[in-house]
Write a protein of this length. Sequence first.
Length: 306
Amino acid sequence: MEVADDQITASFLSKFERGLADMSTSRFLHLLDRIFTTPEEFFYIHNGTPTEKKASTDGYYSRTAMLDRLFGNYLSLDPPADIQQTLTDLTRRERAAAAQYQAAPTLLNVLHWRIQQVMRQMVTRLEQQRPLTSLNNTGQYSAEAQNYLYNVSDWGEFELYVFTLFSLDMQVADERRLFKVAVKRSKKYSTFPGAPRLRFDMIFNQLFLEMNRQAYPVVGDYLDQYKAALTAEPNAEHEISYRFIRAWWLYRTGQRDAAATVGQSAIQLATALRMTKLAQDVQDELSQVATHAPAEDYKFFRQIIE
């Protein structure tokens, strides 16, 4: 296939292949167009499949690798997890991150350090059988992230995940203000192949935060946003999640009959779509909600970070 043309000459391509010239973004995209390759395919091939190789530590080509750089290796907070071992691992990770930041005080390094502290705080609360977030958050570990987010003029996917990770620690007024920005910014990803559900995820996460804060009037407003988003762009899994959270909220606001009806509709929809595990989770969690006080709701707290 002939690649060279008036925008990318054969001479320039030769220099580029020998490492003697760099290529601008516009030329790079034009080159991909000339060889009938999308940017997504290029980076997929460049990064390789999981069995071939992983993204190098000096860059990333996938969301997973991007989040690994900020957050660190995957950490399970599922109930079967060994809390003491998790705390030990987090303490080690926090010390290593602090040393890395002291050696090179960059924005990424401070965020990496602080997120280890946020996670240690969350796991400590789990160990103490306390909600993971409350109306009295101090924002102790999220100040740098919050300052960064307030000063970024146009959030990208990275900023949306920074918000999600640090929202657990922020003071409520700041967190809610930034949530409005996050939802607004996430709208542009509704047609992005890599993250079409990002706006739904942001609202889902916020609802879990507010339910654990027992901020039920606020939850009512956010449920309306969730419903509107689903009306505009239907999504089966998030429709089930919406019905689950609405049922949870109805139980906590004293509307038990309505809660049981909505909860059953969530289970039936998940069952009809053969989402067996999700149907069972909804049933188990709503059974707990119906028989336990709000203080127990932290046991099934979750955030979507994909």
